[in-house]
Design a protein around this ligand. Structure first.
Ligand code: ADP
Length: 445
């Protein structure tokens, strides 16, 4: 950081004492008035001239040698002004504390002069009086700070920190000119302070990346069945034009591919609808036990096809939770359907709803357990990512889109719920969801 020529870090120096001659010059009008008064007293009131002379000498002595209060007050005021230029005032501090971003105020030598509340929370151990570079180490930021000190022009820069995790930052560095100081456009003056406001852009960048990945993945998923449909149409128009047997076979594959496209589009639309409502909590109270019973019944034909029996264990009475009935059906359906599709070898799927009462939490837990092949542990953290599949071929064979668990996660977020997965390869899988219980008195809609 450059040593900028500003002197605001040093203590203000007292002004040198004025000489008796200067003081006499400053008091000239007073002394002149005293001279006229003395003359008038001698001429008009017969005052002895020695007395008048002594009076004038005394006046000159007082004016020349006794330090005046106004001058020392000016010295004090100047000192106060210097201090104001060293330390930001209360107005600046409360305004910075009201801002949502971490902000630092430093002087032109790079010494931290104020750290707002957000910055104190995000950058531990940073204190006024320390060099700014103790807390902010990014070289590009410190270089930009030096440029702002010397040019007086504000700058916006961004950088990435790789350790401990990849984090994107953007900083706005702006000069602050206190009243009385002039900006470079007005002719001179170095900034009194430099404001460094830092924003963490990691979440925005992650969302941007997710959005572009999603569009790329969705187009890729749709392109495959579309290419297959186009190929079969060309075959039906050409080589298979007069082959009824091949036509039947191809048409049934085409129907499958069209179905796959429809399921993908349905899931994509469903996901975007849920995302739109992500921040709106459901208001109606529903009976979660009834929803599970309804879903298990609806999936019984699939279970019969797969040769699996669904064992359902529910409390006797209604289970009240705040929720959207259709969305909770979608969650339950996705979990039981996955257990049937990927765990059918185990022949049983256990669906259980139980109450968890903790000191400060009252929740209902739905657990869906299968006894199939299970999921290797390295896949567990990524299961709820869009289009993530442990085995793409087996998912496609089971009419999967890779969006089911992403939809489950989004619905649960909206319902303030949580998803946990326990599984080991060869041991089956247990998907548990926890949802906050609703008051007993609330009517089910
Ligand atoms: P899909 O539409 O492919 O089923 P999901 O998002 O529902 O997509 O599931 C993602 C992946 O998680 C599936 O492709 C599958 O590999 C794996 N999976 C989900 N549930 C189970 C389960 N009960 N047993 C084994 N693997 C599972």
């Amino acid at each position: 950081m450059t040593q900028s020529p500003t002197s605001i870090e040093q203590a203000p120096e007292p002004q040198p004492a004025a000489s008796p001659l200067t003081r006499l010059g400053e008091a000239r009008w007073l002394l002149l008035t005293a001279l006229f008064a003395a003359l008038a007293a001698v001429l008009l009131y017969d005052v002895p001239s020695s007395g008048a002379f002594a009076f004038l000498v005394a006046m000159c002595a007082v004016a020349g040698f006794v330090p005046r209060r106004a001058a020392s007050r000016r010295v004090k005021l100047n000192a106060q002004r210097e201090i104001r230029r060293m330390w930001p005032g209360t107005g600046m501090k409360v305004t910075l504390d009201a801002l949502p971003t971490p902000c630092f105020v430093a002087d032109g030598r790079g010494i931290t002069r104020y750290v707002n509340r957000q910055a104190q929370a995000s950058y531990e151990g940073v204190k006024p009086g320390d060099p700014l570079s103790f807390s902010l180490r990014a070289p590009s930021l410190l270089e930009a700070f030096d440029r702002v000190c010397s040019t007086g022009d504000s700058e916006r820069i961004s950088w990435i920190e790789k350790v401990p995790t990849e984090t994107w930052y953007e900083a706005h560095i702006a000069p602050i000119y206190m009243p009385g100081n002039t900006t470079p456009e007005q002719g001179a003056g170095l900034p009194d302070f430099i404001l460094v406001a830092i924003q963490d852009l990691t979440e925005n960048r992650r969302l941007e990346r997710m959005r572009t990945d999603f569009v790329a993945n969705a187009s890729h998923e749709l392109r495959t069945p579309l290419a297959s449909l186009t190929g079969f149409i060309e075959t039906l128009q050409g080589p298979a034009r007069n082959d009824p047997e091949a036509q039947d076979r191809f048409l049934s594959i085409m129907l499958d591919q069209a179905g796959r496209m429809r399921r993908l589009i349905d899931d994509i639309l469903s996901l975007s609808r849920i995302e739109l409502k992500a921040h709106v909590r459901p208001v109606s109270t529903v009976d979660f036990a009834e929803i599970i019973r309804h879903t298990a019944d609806a999936l019984s034909p699939l279970a019969a096809d797969m040769d699996v029996s669904i064992r359902v264990q529910l409390p006797d009475g209604p289970v009240r939770i705040k929720g959207d009935r259709d969305e909770l059906i979608q969650v339950t359906e996705n979990l039981i359907e996955n257990a049937l599709k990927y765990g059918h070898r185990g022949q049983f799927v256990d669906v259980e709803l139980s109450e968890l009462i903790d000191v400060d939490e009252h929740t209902w837990q739905l657990s869906v357990r299968d006894y199939g092949e299970g999921i290797p542990p390295e896949h567990l953290p990524r299961l709820t990512e869009r289009f993530y599949r442990v085995d793409v071929e087996s998912s496609r064979a089971m009419k999967g889109t890779g969006l089911g668990l992403a939809i489950v996660k989004h619905i649960l977020t909206r319902h303030r719920g949580r998803l946990e997965v326990d599984s080991e390869a060869g041991e089956g899988a247990t998907f548990k969801i926890k949802l906050p219980a609703s008051e007993e008195s609330e009517a089910i809609s």
